[in-house]
Design a protein around this ligand. Structure first.
Ligand SMILES: CC(C)(COP(=O)(O)OP(=O)(O)OC[C@H]1O[C@@H](n2cnc3c(N)ncnc32)[C@H](O)[C@@H]1OP(=O)(O)O)[C@@H](O)C(=O)NCCC(=O)NCCS
Length: 164
């Protein structure tokens, strides 16, 4: 079941993100890795800045989360994390399809250039990487990320983005 997460889910969202983000350990540049990967303050800030989290619940337990954020003329998919033992069961695909139905705007997704599995996941769902020049412009326009993160990230867009 896919459901909107509320304030009561904060601790669960925090746990799922920091468990699933373990996939980045030793993969993304060492200076970008920290533990916990996302601390409570950062998660709180993301929510207060408009990231709406949706969750996938199975037998009463939240096993995956994905955020959506409407920024200017686009919609961003943010913080897609499926609990490690629950991966590769189609949960991420279901959450992504659901969130795509929640907007009529072009969708952009940013992820680490080294997270090849995540890039493949989005490409399988029809997203395409934007050019390196476009990536910098988009990350500066729609996200608030440090310059170093821009160097080490990629941005993918849906077909609406590429036809707009
Ligand atoms: C990226 C991520 C969100 C994808 O979620 P997921 O639930 O594992 O994704 P899905 O199960 O829908 O799809 C992943 C794979 O499982 C396969 N799959 C889908 N449904 C399946 C099913 N019912 N049975 C078996 N395999 C299935 C898909 O074909 C896909 O295969 P591929 O990798 O060869 O393309 C998840 O792997 C994750 O949390 N990773 C760590 C954090 C991360 O990288 N997040 C992205 C940040 S932007």
């Amino acid at each position: 079941m896919i459901r909107r997460c509320g304030p009561e889910d904060f601790v669960l969202i925090y746990r799922i993100i920091n468990d699933a983000a373990g996939a980045y350990r030793g993969v993304i540049p060492a200076d970008r890795w920290k533990e916990p990967y996302m601390d409570e303050e950062e998660l709180r800030r993301e929510i207060s800045e408009g990231v709406l989290f949706w969750g996938y619940e199975e037998r009463g337990e939240l096993v995956g989360v994905m955020g959506i954020q409407h920024v200017k003329d686009v919609t961003l998919i943010r913080h897609a994390y499926i609990s490690t033992p629950q991966r590769n069961r189609g949960i991420g695909s279901q959450l992504l399809s659901f969130l795509r139905g929640e907007t009529t705007h072009p969708i952009l997704i940013g992820t680490w250039a080294d997270a090849v599995w995540a890039i493949r996941f989005y490409e399988k769902h029809g997203f395409r990487q934007v050019s390196p020049e476009e990536k910098g412009r988009l990350l500066r326009t729609y996200w608030s990320v440090p310059e170093r993160q821009i160097e080490t990230s990629v941005v993918l867009g849906d077909s609406k983005w590429f036809s707009s």
